[in-house]
Design a protein around this ligand. Structure first.
Ligand SMILES: *Cc1c(COP(=O)(O)O)cnc(C)c1O
Length: 608
């Protein structure tokens, strides 16, 4: 069982010596890294960041476009910027900026806060692009970025923004940011994120508005500052067709605008959208192109249009974020409990004289073997249904019912063990019926919000025991008290995990490709916060764990919600002092306990 690692893993991980290992330099296992962090006292879910995977993605993008430019003898330049909205966490961003320096990899900002981050951390000589709606303040910020030396392009979403820029260019100092125009295409992307493109999209100028914009720019002597057209047809573009269509449309608009006197126009920015393959199952693969194909198509198409329309080949800008960030983070979450684990033989309370069907169940359990496993399994499930009816009718008591539950569970476990080397459809169906619920120490709302919101699946697998065939069909429960906090077993994309005794061994699940969007979209349902995190540098001789940040403490979350934490502490203290149930010594002890809990994070430690 390889959990589809060849489909979603991109050779970033491999299975070696039963464990998931990092396919880079000294190739440490994820379990080893996890245990080392836990030895420092960190409990609960841990997000691991791998800067070498950020580097890999950045390098791939530049390499593929450089190759494509060579192949088609493309005269324009290639530039990329990282869209900050995908992940703004400092231990990701600072590494990205450092790695991106030698490529002049820039940043894209979509809000004032992101623009401030870009102005602070962007490498000198790397471009900044700004998208999204802008008020006057945000436009001033764009001007300031230019005034302090950044190469910045403000992409306007509507004519009123352009008018504000024109006005401000008269009021401020001599240097001006470049201006980009977001164009509204009639082409749009496919899939759940397709809304960013298309004639009804939220963003961009129509042809009529474009013509008006050119007029305004000329009239105010700013036409030379208009350097870029921009579009973005949506995230996670799974098929290349719609992108090619959008490019043809954008290429023709570029050529037209140049002919209309846009002398400074020299770049087309195709936004983001490069897709990540999240599937763990061959028949669920979504992406139908490679990065090489994407780079070749873009370059070829723009070359072709420019030649035919006799205009200079534009510089190509891309803003792919998901493709850069997704793979760098892995969430490691411990299994706390298996819900049917309590069904052991010791739990049986057989009577001197049991109802006949219970007695039969016991015999099935006692004598089951590989020849009859399937048959006995069917019989036991039939018996269980009959016994449950008998209970409803008042013919058997709660002890009989408990014995039924325990025996059926024991029979199923034995049957699965006996049948596990046969990949029968039957077995799959049985497993559907008897899925095991794994309680995992994490919050789906916090760590996989896109699963909750748009049913995006993320690859998941255990970190160890990968030489053993997992026998339990698994559904995953998080620790929020919300019934949506569940990844249920799905017959089309089945997940199997190992049977285990959580009192005797630790078992960790890894959730992969969680580095894009999930962290900032994550919500604090039940006040579970961003998990603890660590950055792992893998080198020839081993690895270095840096920047271990523990999940926020309970008192800090309260402060974030604007509670007066002094007040919280005082009220709790008073309640302890005024309690009539305990003496002074106990009070002192309880106060210490409360302080410890307030200053610790809210994730669970262990259940057993
Ligand atoms: C969100 C966004 C991106 C990034 O999209 P990905 O799918 O993450 O590559 C790029 N450009 C713009 C304008 C965006 O809004």
């Amino acid at each position: 069982m390889d959990y589809g690692i060849d489909i979603w893993g991109n050779d970033n991980f491999f299975i070696g010596n039963k464990k998931v290992k990092i396919n880079h330099k000294s190739s440490p296992s994820l379990v080893k890294i996890t245990n080392e962090i836990r030895e420092k006292g960190v409990r609960g879910p841990i997000l691991l960041r791998f800067p070498h995977l950020i580097e890999k993605q950045i390098k791939l993008i530049y390499q593929n476009f450089e190759n494509a430019k060579k192949e088609f003898d493309y005269q324009g330049g290639f530039n990329a910027v990282y869209p900050l909205k995908v992940n703004q966490y400092p231990n990701f961003l600072k590494n990205l900026v450092k790695i991106g320096q030698k490529y002049n990899y820039g940043l894209e900002a979509g809000s004032k806060a992101e623009l401030m981050l870009a102005m602070t951390y962007n490498n000198e000589n790397s471009p900044i692009t700004v998208n999204g709606f802008k008020d006057k303040e945000m436009i001033s910020l764009g001007f300031i970025a230019k005034e302090i030396g950044h190469d910045i392009t403000l992409t306007i979403e509507g004519l009123s923004e352009l008018k504000n820029i024109i006005k401000m260019s008269k009021d401020r100092f001599s240097v001006l940011p470049n201006i980009g125009l977001r164009i509204r295409l009639h082409s749009s992307g496919v899939g759940i994120w397709a809304k960013s493109g298309g004639i009804n999209s939220k963003f961009g100028l129509t042809s009529t508005e474009l013509i008006e914009a050119i007029g305004l720019l000329k009239k105010s002597d700013l036409i030379e500052k208009f350097s870029m057209i921009h579009f973005h047809i949506g995230s996670q573009i799974s098929e290349i067709g719609p992108l090619k269509k959008a490019l043809r449309e954008a290429g023709n608009i570029y050529a037209q605008l140049k002919k209309m006197g846009a002398v400074g126009l020299n770049a087309i920015n195709l936004g983001g959208g490069l897709a990540v393959e999240y599937s763990q199952h061959k028949d669920e693969i979504k992406r139908n192109y490679t990065l090489r194909e994407y780079a070749n198509d873009v370059t070829y198409l723009l070359k072709d249009i420019s030649t035919r329309k006799d205009v200079k080949e534009p510089d190509i800008f891309i803003e792919s974020g998901r493709y850069i960030a997704a793979s760098h983070a892995v969430l490691i979450a411990p299994v706390l409990e298996l819900f049917s684990q309590e069904y052991t033989e010791e739990k049986l309370k057989l009577k001197e004289k049991n109802p006949p069907l219970v007695q039969e169940l016991y015999e099935l359990y006692d004598t089951i073997n590989s020849t009859y496993a399937q048959e006995y399994l069917h019989d036991s499930i039939d018996h269980m249904n009959s016994l449950l009816t008998l209970f409803d009718l008042g013919y058997i008591d709660l002890i009989d019912r408990s014995n039924t539950e325990v025996l059926v569970n024991l029979i199923i476990k034995k049957a699965i063990a006996l049948l596990k080397d046969r990949d029968s459809k039957e077995l799959l169906q049985i497993q559907d019926m008897i899925q095991e619920r794994y309680l995992i120490n994490f919050s789906i709302f916090q760590s996989l919000p896109d699963f909750w919101g748009i049913e995006q699946n993320f690859p998941v697998m255990p970190l160890d025991r990968l030489d053993e065939k997992p026998t339990r069909s698994a559904s995953i429960w998080d620790i929020t008290c919300d019934s949506d906090g569940e990844i249920s077993y799905n017959r089309e994309q089945p997940l199997f995990l190992h049977d285990l005794d959580v009192t005797k061994e630790e078992y960790f699940l890894g959730f992969f490709l969680v580095g894009a969007y999930q962290e900032v979209l994550g919500m604090r349902h039940n006040l579970f916060t961003h998990p603890s995190e660590a950055t792992v540098f893998v080198d020839k001789d081993g690895y270095r764990i840096e920047n271990i940040l523990e999940a926020q403490s309970i008192i800090d979350i309260m402060e974030d919600l604007d509670y007066n934490t002094k007040e919280v502490e005082e009220i709790l203290k008073k309640k302890i002092e005024n309690s009539n149930f305990i003496d002074d010594k106990a009070k002192k002890h309880i106060l210490e306990e409360i302080n410890y809990f307030l200053n610790d994070n809210g994730y669970l430690k262990t259940i057993n």
